[in-house]
Design a protein around this ligand. Structure first.
Ligand SMILES: Cc1cc2nc3c(=O)[nH]c(=O)nc-3n(C[C@H](O)[C@H](O)[C@H](O)COP(=O)(O)OP(=O)(O)OC[C@H]3O[C@@H](n4cnc5c(N)ncnc54)[C@H](O)[C@@H]3O)c2cc1C
Ligand SMILES: Cc1cc2nc3c(=O)[nH]c(=O)nc-3n(C[C@H](O)[C@H](O)[C@H](O)COP(=O)(O)O)c2cc1C
Ligand SMILES: *[C@@H]1O[C@H](CO)[C@@H](O)[C@H](O)[C@H]1NC(C)=O
Ligand SMILES: *[C@@H]1O[C@H](CO)[C@@H](O)[C@H](O)[C@H]1NC(C)=O
Length: 664
């Protein structure tokens, strides 16, 4: 990625071909652009060009997000601030992506009165991809210890977004909080950690309820108690032939823009790639499904390396679309246009491209199968009959906390189910897309092919989600079901996300690959790459592959390929754990223990040139943890290390980028 930096004094600066959207946080901020795309985004309340900024309290809400949750919260904080304090506070939401290491000091040292950080954690306790520059800069600057007063004029509060089932719970938020303190900034509140596994929504509410009073006390403000405007778009319905033609023109435009091989495919500008083949990977007797999906990327702007991730924009199924349209009392074929009102609240994002049919928009842009946010319930209440409005408003209120937990969180009730439960609440499309239904996020897949085998093909190996949920309905995973049903030739918006999950530079370095179930995906790419290396005459080092599934006959996917790789010497061992074939459950971690004497020297680094690497891919909740334990016990058993010494060895391996995890 080519990065250019531009100093700014005005709101918009044009640097060569790249447009740079610049935001001043009461001072100087450096913005980062990549290619021709502006990577920054900001929302401000009040007029951008107010001259008397000096007298207004500044509240800057920084967010680090992967799938948009913390961005949504950030927009909400800004909207709250506007409703509560009007012009007395100048609030902005800023993506940490636009605050890079070089600019961070400037951004934070500016006279920003108060900074909020909404920080999400990903991977193995890492900051989100786009906030890594900032977070690691802050951590290193704080650890360095030479600038203990750098941010002494800054007051801040951190709310972390994480999930307690991950080993490194909210690690990135903790990192930010501690780093800011290390740099002299003053915490307004203790660190608040949100847990997705329980109820992130409630945690966020608890934080914000604590935040406003502390903010007011510190900065001598008081709330006007003004009502917040609900974020909504202006809607224009387009009837008959005109509408049809407008929608067709827009569809053709979208297709053209997203099929241009000269424009790099990114999350904000995905490429429409045709599906080459979809095939079932499980055997006949299996009661679950896993599909192999090849995309033909010949002549596209997509390029990838073995081990990267594929981002996929899926669509809701036709049955779901119909049900949503029914709750909206809309015809799926009617055409509409969305516009952002000039005085829209800060929490309203740019609309998606219209004109479009109602059915098309529901299919592509809304997440109706997740639990509704409280803000969505409040918006539904605003259009419901008296009785329903009371109940919905109560659910959305702080007093309705227990009821919300009982009705929404525990049974994992979806937005669609709630709307079906409250048929009197019929929002117009502007309110529905603006305040009620969040955008459908892209899903990621560990690419299971290698360009070394065929640079025109990119493959995803997708386990199809189908599970009974507490409300009695069966949840069909949005993206996995969409891909399972995809037709040959169907064009789907995709993009590639770079990862650090890579084979060692030296093909002779020994490796251990551990990937049960779809965790095998990136290793299929590794095997293809090693096959190509071998064919080109390279000498290959030892490679152990551990795979696991339930039954040999049902879900041992890619068995023939794995066996062939073993016979051809592309891998040196193949150990498969079947958890449901024998009298007792066997998992990959048990196989690792069985192979302790071969595993040990690779982990310890005594084979070859001490550059061996361990790769773990798949389930983050149990597997990665259990495998970690198994590796520790191999070290303790074979090397006679104490527990803390074994942990130190794995830590060193991680620091040397020789212990890789791709877990989800
Ligand atoms: C870096 C990365 C790599 C990945 N690699 C792969 C891969 O190689 N192969 C693969 O198959 N997957 C992979 N995944 C997971 C993948 O991105 C998707 O999460 C997965 O396909 C499910 O998406 P979905 O849209 O089908 O399911 P969703 O509709 O998002 O549902 C997913 C889960 O959420 C829960 N859920 C959601 N809504 C409800 C509801 N209303 N009621 C009850 N439960 C609900 C369910 O527990 C369900 O299992 C990866 C994820 C990441 C982050
Ligand atoms: C692949 C993956 C890895 C994650 N890793 C962690 C983790 O290490 N620690 C943690 O606390 N939460 C982890 N999470 C949970 C997310 O941080 C949490 O769901 C958060 O709400 C996402 O916010 P966002 O939409 O702003 O990106 C992970 C989630 C995913 C999908
Ligand atoms: C939290 O993580 C666990 C384990 O990966 C997962 O089962 C659960 O669905 C996650 N919660 C949310 C809300 O994403
Ligand atoms: C992929 O698409 C290209 C161009 O669109 C086509 O020429 C080629 O035959 C396709 N390849 C496969 C393997 O389907």
């Amino acid at each position: 990625m080519e990065t250019t930096y531009a100093a700014m004094t005005s709101d918009v600066v044009v640097v060569s071909a790249a447009v740079v959207l610049c935001v001043s946080v009461g001072g100087l901020v450096w913005m980062k652009t990549s290619g021709g795309r502006t990577t920054g985004s900001s929302v401000a309340t009040g007029s951008e060009k107010d001259a008397d900024d000096g007298t207004r309290t500044k509240l800057t809400v920084f967010y680090g997000t992967q799938t948009g949750t913390s961005e949504r919260y950030a927009r909400e904080v800004v909207a709250h601030a506007r409703a509560r304090y009007g012009d007395a506070v100048r609030a902005r939401a800023i993506d940490l992506e636009t605050v890079d290491a070089m600019g961070a000091e400037d951004a934070l040292q500016a006279e920003t009165a108060c900074a909020v950080f909404l920080q999400s954690t990903y991977g193995d306790g890492e900051p989100t991809d786009t906030s890594q520059d900032f977070v690691y800069w802050a951590r290193d600057a704080a650890n360095d210890g030479r600038m203990p007063d750098l941010l002494e004029s800054l007051t801040f509060s951190v709310f972390g977004l994480g999930n307690r089932s991950y080993e490194q719970f909210n690690a990135a938020a903790k990192m930010v909080h501690n780093a800011l303190i290390g740099l002299g900034a003053k915490p307004l509140l203790k660190l608040h950690l949100g847990d997705d596994d329980q109820c992130l929504e409630q945690d966020f509410e608890n934080w914000i309820e604590a935040f406003w009073p502390a903010f007011e006390t510190k900065f001598g403000l008081h709330s006007d108690g003004g009502d917040e405007d609900l974020p909504r778009y202006d809607v224009v319905m387009m009837d008959g032939g005109d509408g049809e033609r407008a929608a067709a023109t827009q569809a053709a435009k979208y297709e053209k823009e997203h099929s241009n091989a000269r424009v790099a495919a990114t999350a904000t500008h995905p490429f429409l790639a045709p599906v080459k083949v979809v095939r079932e990977l499980y055997g006949n007797g299996a009661d679950r499904s896993c599909v192999h999906v090849d995309f033909n990327i010949s002549g596209t702007s997509l390029h990838y390396k073995t081990g990267d991730h594929l981002g996929v924009f899926a669509e809701n199924g036709a049955d779901i679309v119909k049900r949503v349209a029914k709750t909206l009392k809309c015809d799926v074929d009617s055409v509409f246009r969305l516009e952002k009102p000039i005085d829209a609240p800060a929490s309203l994002p740019e609309p998606f491209a219209t004109p479009m049919t109602v059915g098309g928009a529901i299919a592509r842009y809304v997440d109706v199968l997740s639990m509704p946010r409280k803000q969505a319930l409040a918006a539904l209440a605003s259009v419901a009959s008296d009785k329903d409005a009371k109940k919905l408003a109560f659910l959305a209120s702080p007093a309705g906390k227990d009821e919300f937990a009982k009705y929404i969180t525990k049974p994992h009730r979806s937005l669609l189910e709630v709307m079906e439960d409250y048929p009197s609440a019929v929002p117009d499309l502007g309110l529905f897309f603006g305040a009620i239904a969040p955008r459908l996020a892209p899903r990621f897949y560990s690419i299971s092919s290698s360009p070394a085998a065929d640079k025109n093909i990119v493959t995803a190996t997708v386990a199809v989600v189908k599970e009974k949920v507490a409300t009695g309905r069966e949840h069909e995973g949005v993206a996995s079901t969409f891909l399972q049903r995809a037709a040959e030739g169907q064009k789907i918006p995709i993009f590639v996300r770079t990862s650090t999950f890579r084979l060692p530079q030296n093909p002779e370095a020994p490796i251990i690959m551990i990937g049960p179930g779809t965790g095998y995906a990136p290793f299929r790419g590794f095997l293809q790459e090693r096959t190509a290396l071998k064919a080109s005459g390279a000498k290959l080092g030892p490679a152990m592959l551990f795979f696991g599934c339930r039954n040999k006959d049902k879900d041992f996917m890619y068995e023939a390929e794995m066996q062939a790789a073993l016979e051809d010497g592309v891998i040196t061992s193949l150990d498969v754990a079947f958890s449901r074939d024998g009298p007792k459950k066997v998992y990959v971690q048990d196989k690792i223990i069985e192979k302790a004497s071969t595993v040990y020297p690779i982990v310890k680094g005594t084979v070859g040139k001490n550059e061996g690497a361990v790769y773990i891919c798949g389930d983050a909740k149990n597997m990665a943890r259990d495998v970690n334990k198994a590796l520790l016990s191999v070290l303790m058993r074979e090397g006679d290390y104490a527990a803390h010494e074994a942990e130190e060895i794995l830590r060193r391996l991680k620091n040397e980028f020789r212990y890789h995890q791709d877990v989800w």
